[in-house]
Design a binder for this molecule. Structure first.
Ligand code: UDX
Length: 439
């Protein structure tokens, strides 16, 4: 059993802390937000992540998981502190490091014995050295510490499973002994552990996310070409995916990537490259194509609804940036709602878990009780998030309650043949001419 502190109780901090507690360690999670800590102490989890709530309750009961706003308390016996605070995008796409700085200063001012500072927040290459500098400068008296970079690769919606079954753990440090000590925390996961230097570990995180985002933008570009040439991108992706060098993952064409990581990380990498005199033209194209993927929904709706969207009633099916999360950060659905509203459309949304948040972010957005309520009197539906529960809807009922049977499927959730058989005017992403003319 190790004693671990975790700074930041967002998706990354909570899942990291809870998983380490579940593996038998004593974990104290710190956040500067008192309200959040109060909620967590009462067993209420401020985010939607499948299985997290149950795991938190179980570990709190077992006395392995604690929540506090006090660094003094969290650091009293801690051998490690994981920094998992947010790194939002700054004005030029650069990562905003103010929370990392605050966490580093708090560690420096409150540590009472040597500690390993593990950085899990996604930070620009070189931040590990910067954190070490801040700690050194902020310590009241010199005390030994090491900085280790341990990037997280977990996906929202499957964070716990991903944490417990990683493809690899990457650790970077100037001091290999410190990296070894962090490796020990991960031994029970029985996975490959890669130990490298700080900057390389930080770059592995950016390069991994940028590569996955590139795969998505690549298939979206192919989808746009498929649409013009009459090919079906879904089948193209299957055909490509069997090639082991390519692999089937992250080849789903659609409205593009959203969420708290890909958009921010690709922009941050582009920014890092630019300010160091490199020419990140591929990353720029990835960002551009992702923007176009959202516009596709608007252009397609315009085309199907005769050019004007003013006063059209449009139902948006799915608001979260992807299924199984209530996270709305950089959600394509929210962008699409805004684009439609800017053209005068009356937009109603439905999402199994993200509606309250969406209403807070877009006060003109109407909310429906369920997908059938959403379809009632609508001129068109746009599928923005591929929630499982949308797959088996009674589509005949949906069609009968709509004013016009127009469905724009931004996540290729439905079968074009079936939709046309049911009498929908149906358009999907990259599913060529034979599917898209409504006959
Ligand atoms: C991602 C990374 O997967 C994870 O390793 C990293 O630590 C954090 O960022 P996450 O943002 O939770 O995780 O979501 P992910 O499941 O990777 O999806 C990201 C976005 O890409 C979503 O908007 C999703 O809809 C989109 N996507 C994904 C596609 O459009 N097509 C695909 O084939 C896959």
């Amino acid at each position: 059993m190790k004693n671990i502190a975790v700074a930041g109780t967002g998706y990354v901090g909570l899942s990291t802390g809870t998983c380490f507690a579940d593996m038998g360690n004593k974990v104290t999670c710190i956040d500067i937000n008192e309200e959040k800590i109060d909620m967590l102490r009462q067993g209420k989890v401020p985010i939607f992540e499948p299985g997290l709530s149950e795991m938190i309750v179980r570990n709190v009961k077992a006395g392995r998981l604690h929540f506090t706003t006090s660094y003094v308390e969290a650091l009293a016996d801690a051998e490690y502190i994981f920094i998992c605070v947010g790194t939002p995008s700054g004005v030029d796409g650069e990562a905003d490091l103010q929370y990392v700085r605050m966490a580093a200063q708090s560690v420096a001012q409150n540590m009472t014995k040597p500690i390993i500072v593990v950085n899990k927040s996604t930070v620009p290459v070189g931040t590990g050295d910067w954190v070490a500098d801040i700690i050194k400068r902020s310590q009241p008296q010199p005390m030994a510490f090491d900085v280790v970079s341990c990037p997280e690769f977990t996906r929202e919606g499957s964070a716990l499973t991903d944490f417990m079954n990683p493809d690899r753990v990457v650790l970077g440090s100037k001091n290999p002994e410190a990296a070894e000590k962090v490796a020990q925390l991960h031994l029970a996961l029985r996975t490959r552990i890669i130990i490298t230097d700080l900057r390389t570990a930080e770059m592995i995180k950016y390069a991994s996310n940028a590569f996955l985002a590139t795969k998505i933008s690549f298939i979206n570009e192919i989808a746009a070409i498929c649409e013009k040439l009459g090919a079906d991108v879904q089948e193209v992706a299957v055909g490509m995916g069997y090639d082991k060098r390519i692999g089937p993952a992250f080849l789903n064409a659609g409205l593009g990537y959203g969420g708290s990581c890909f958009p921010k990380d690709v922009k941050a990498l582009e920014h890092m490259a630019l300010v160091h005199g490199s020419h990140p033209s591929l990353l720029r194209a990835v960002i551009d194509i992702n923007r176009d993927a959202r516009r596709w929904a608007l252009l397609t709706l315009r085309e199907l609804l005769g050019g004007r969207l003013t006063d059209r009633r449009i139902g948006v099916l799915g608001l979260a940036f992807k299924p199984n999360t209530d996270d709305l950060r950089e959600s394509p659905a929210l962008d699409i709602c805004r684009m439609l509203q800017n053209e005068g459309a009356l937009v109603t949304g439905y999402d199994p878990v993200a509606m309250a948040g969406a209403a807070r972010m877009n006060s003109d957005l109407h909310l429906a009780e369920d997908p059938y309520d959403l379809a009632e009197g609508a001129d068109a539906l746009v599928v923005c998030t591929e929630w499982n529960e949308f797959k088996q809807l009674d589509l005949a009922r949906i069609k009968n309650s709509m004013l016009q049977p127009v469905v724009v499927d931004g996540r290729n959730l439905y079968e074009p043949d079936k939709m046309h058989e049911l009498g929908f005017q149906y358009r999907a992403v990259g599913r060529g001419a034979k599917y898209t003319n409504g006959h």
